[in-house]
Write a protein that binds this ligand. Structure first.
Ligand SMILES: Cc1ncc(COP(=O)(O)O)c(C=O)c1O
Length: 473
């Protein structure tokens, strides 16, 4: 091992094999190229820096490089250094054909991807506010104290929890104090933590909506908690049936915009859920993933505001900014904070501090409000265009649900959902039917598409919409 590490150049992990330093180095480099670990075109560290890192003479590395250039493994050109030669890829080729993702419909692909994607679940990633985010990151990093880069508070950075408390109270009517907020890596992380906490409390059942994401049900199911589905009617989820479920200790609700059926939880049913929680000592888990996107009126405030001690509020930046950030937050009843932190501490600490500080600056400076307002306008226009196009091109199809969120439900004539999804896939359009989101115990009663109109970038939106209209009955 080197006595003096190079303070210049790039890191390269190599395990010298065989006899002699030069041979050992050549064998290690050949193996790294052969296995594909060092891809064609990758620039190797200079002989000076690699020699310093390995603790060998510079000539040893220079000789090994020269030999491998002669053998055709590497190339060396004045000014561009030593690189891995471009030869045929040693790794097995990827399997040809269709893409299938966890939620994918297997659409005909262009280079492995559907030509158009109208599956729900992803915002317009091309609209991520890169310049504003970068500005916030720069400002936040310059201002951060040294201690910010340590392990920190498992609840998350205080800067972020403070601005989140203000924002959630102002924009979503959430009763929030920084000490009750826990930053987590996406809604799924918060849900998983709640599953652990509820199981440890002895909860055996959590009621869920008749339609939802199997990913979420699976997460809870893994803790051993059963998930009966609440009945559903034309007005939405029948929370008044909660007492009749008997032993249920919690309920998971998408109150602002039911995913995927698209309604808002009715006022009497919001009240019924809270009444049940108070009477039964139960907990409501409020998934507010789409709460900021209401187009026909001011968004209805969060259910949590009705009883902060009986509702766990879960919000996320996945729809309003980007799912890749993995930034989300929980606002907890006071008596749950320690239990959630205990569950959290056992597996991880918090999301990246730099992202938390950046988001705190982004939120605190008003850039988040501006971004959400701009996206609201854009998504609202898309929804209007979708409604108009469907009315003009497919009189048999009805758009249902409130004007909100990032998806719309297109009700189809009975018995046509599967064939429409298949026809779309054949034409390179990725779509999902509503029955994909149906709870296993709920009978099939409707045929519909769940159209995610946020996903395509602006440049692809009108083509995606035309492709959709072509497959509607
Ligand atoms: C119903 C629902 N809730 C929450 C989320 C957000 O999940 P996360 O924050 O883990 O990205 C999604 C994402 O698709 C969703 O569909």
């Amino acid at each position: 091992m080197a006595n003096d590490w190079a303070t210049f150049g790039a890191d390269l992990h190599l395990e010298l094999r065989g006899q002699g330093l030069r041979n050992g180095l050549m064998n290690a480099l050949r193996e790294a190229v052969r296995s594909g670990r060092l891809a064609a075109g990758v620039r190797l560290p200079s002989s000076r820096s690699l020699a310093a890192d390995l603790g060998v003479a510079r000539n040893t590395v220079a000789d090994a490089y020269a030999e491998l250039v002669a053998e055709g493994w590497l190339t060396a050109r004045q000014g561009s250094g030593t690189r891995v030669a471009r030869r045929s890829d040693p790794r097995p080729p990827a399997a040809p054909g269709r893409t299938t993702t966890a939620t994918g419909a297997g659409a005909r692909t262009t280079a492995g991807r559907p030509a158009h994607n109208l599956r729900p679940g992803t915002p317009d990633l091309a609209s991520f506010p890169r310049a504003e985010w970068l500005k916030a990151a720069r400002k936040a990093l310059m201002a951060a104290p040294h201690e910010a880069f340590g392990y920190g508070d498992p609840r998350g950075r205080i800067e972020l929890r403070t601005v989140l408390a203000e924002y959630l109270a102002r924009a979503r009517g959430v009763y929030a104090r920084p000490e009750r907020i826990v930053v987590c890596s996406g809604f799924v992380h918060g849900l998983e933590l709640m599953g652990q906490v509820l199981r440890a409390r002895g909860v055996r059942e959590m009621a869920v909506e008749s339609y939802g994401l199997d990913l979420h049900w699976d997460l809870i199911g893994r803790t051993g908690i059963r998930m009966p589905a609440l009945p559903f009617d034309a007005r939405g989820t029948r929370t008044e049936e909660l007492p009749a479920l008997g032993g249920t200790g919690a309920v998971l609700l998408t109150a602002a915009h039911q995913f995927p059926t698209g309604g808002a939880l009715q006022p009497d049913r919001r009240a019924a859920a809270v009444d049940w929680a108070r009477a039964a000592g139960g907990l409501i888990l409020e998934d507010d993933y789409d709460g900021e996107f209401r187009y026909d009126r001011q968004p209805v405030g969060a259910l949590q505001g009705l009883d902060p001690e009986r509702v766990v509020y879960l919000g996320t930046a996945s729809k309003s900014l980007a799912p890749g950030l993995r930034l989300a937050w929980m606002v907890l009843p006071e008596d749950l904070v320690d239990e959630v932190l205990t569950a959290k501490g056992a597996v991880d600490w918090v999301s990246s501090v730099t992202d938390q500080l950046t988001f705190a600056e982004f939120l605190g400076s008003g850039a988040y409000d501006r971004h959400v307002r701009a996206m609201r306008l854009r998504y609202r226009r898309r929804r209007d265009q979708l409604v108009a196009a469907v009315a003009a091109r497919s009189p048999g199809t009805r758009v249902s649900g409130i004007a909100a969120g990032l998806h719309a439900v297109l009700e189809l004539p009975e018995g046509t959902e599967d064939s429409v999804v298949r026809a779309a896939a054949y034409q390179g359009l990725a779509l999902q039917g509503i029955n994909r989101f149906r709870h296993p115990t709920v009978p099939r009663t409707t045929d519909a598409l769940v159209v995610g109109y946020a996903t395509p970038p602006d440049s692809a939106w009108s083509n995606a919409l035309s492709a959709l209209c072509r497959v509607l009955p």
